[in-house]
Design a protein around this ligand. Structure first.
Ligand SMILES: [Zn+2]
Length: 317
């Protein structure tokens, strides 16, 4: 772990507008150079510098699938996981959203979550900028997912619920993206967000610091980011130890001014460095989890092949 040094990068924080960052890491999870800064004004973690939209587009066009998942079409394991995850999300939020309402997912991936809501009685659709998995989404799942950029959608205030599942950390400006999503929603409508929890004691170091994750959130910084764009948290499904953050927000007025706690940067810092790399990897429960995970892998592959075959039969036209 590198020692914290003040950053000389000239950029302003997407959340608080501050420009005082402490560099807390010089490398990504594969030990490639990648600078991560901690905003001293609000505790938000982000790349230094923030990549441009053009750099991000080039990255997704060329490297993302390969670099991030190592595949160009969905594997059976990925499909099974995505399907089970979609089912989990439906079960988790269905009692907190209007019956049979319109659910719209931004960054729908393969389309398993959209399809899960559709088959549970909701009017479900979504958008996905990447085209890699399009054929699967349309021809096999028959999920209502279009290749449209978020910023090309009209602010028509028509939707009841927007889903944002492991997407917010990828935006160049999460605040701009959230404000755009606010425009898609009716008054008092809901926004459900899931993203990695940088403050969690587990699964953080093997997830930490990746080019595709421009921002890293704690519960507090995610809630502040949503507030800044006109959303208030109505239900939090995860605690501080969970490797993910899962929060349901409601559309409210955009506050003219937000106060930030000067202690938040110290809290973010403490959450990240609660376990350093060495002690993290020596933790007995960590090792047990790794062993369980690896032995579950082979079993999961065989299971996924059967699972996906059954799933695909179900949606055959
Ligand atoms: Zn900030």
């Amino acid at each position: 772990m590198t020692q914290a040094v003040p950053s000389t990068v000239d950029q302003s924080c997407d959340l608080c507008g501050g420009s005082n960052f402490e560099t807390i890491s010089e490398f990504d999870r594969h030990h490639k150079p990648l600078k991560t800064g901690l905003c001293q004004g609000c505790g938000l973690l982000m790349h230094l510098p923030i990549p441009s939209e053009a750099e991000i587009s080039a990255y997704y066009a060329n490297d993302y699938r390969h670099d991030y998942h190592g595949e160009n079409k969905p594997s059976v394991r990925r499909i099974m996981r995505a399907w089970n995850n979609g089912q989990r999300i439906v079960a988790q939020i269905k009692d907190h959203i209007p019956v049979n309402c319109q659910v719209f997912e931004v960054g729908a991936g393969i389309g398993c979550t959209v399809k899960s809501f559709e088959t549970s009685g909701f009017n479900a659709s979504g958008i996905e900028p990447n085209t890699d998995f399009n054929n699967y989404t349309h021809d096999i799942l028959h999920a209502n997912v279009e290749n449209i950029n978020l910023y090309d959608l009209a602010a028509n205030h028509s939707r009841d619920v927007v889903l944002l599942i492991h997407v917010i950390e990828h935006f160049v400006s999460p605040k701009r993206a959230l404000k755009q999503m606010r425009g898609l929603l009716k008054d008092d409508a809901l926004l459900y967000i899931e993203c990695p929890n940088i403050g969690a004691p587990f699964a953080t170091f093997d997830r930490m610091f990746h080019f595709a994750h421009i921002y890293n959130f704690t519960h507090n910084t995610l809630v502040s980011m949503a507030q800044s764009a006109g959303f208030e948290a109505v239900k939090t499904f995860t605690d501080a130890a969970n490797p993910d953050i899962q929060i349901l927000f409601k559309k409210v007025a955009i506050p003219p001014h937000l106060d930030f706690d000067a202690q938040e940067a110290a809290r973010s810092y403490g959450a990240i460095f609660r376990y350093n790399w060495f002690s993290y990897n020596l933790r007995v429960d960590y090792l047990l989890r790794r062993i369980i995970k690896l032995s579950a892998y082979a079993k999961e592959y065989a299971q996924a092949t059967r699972f996906v075959k059954t799933l695909e039969e179900k949606f055959k036209a």
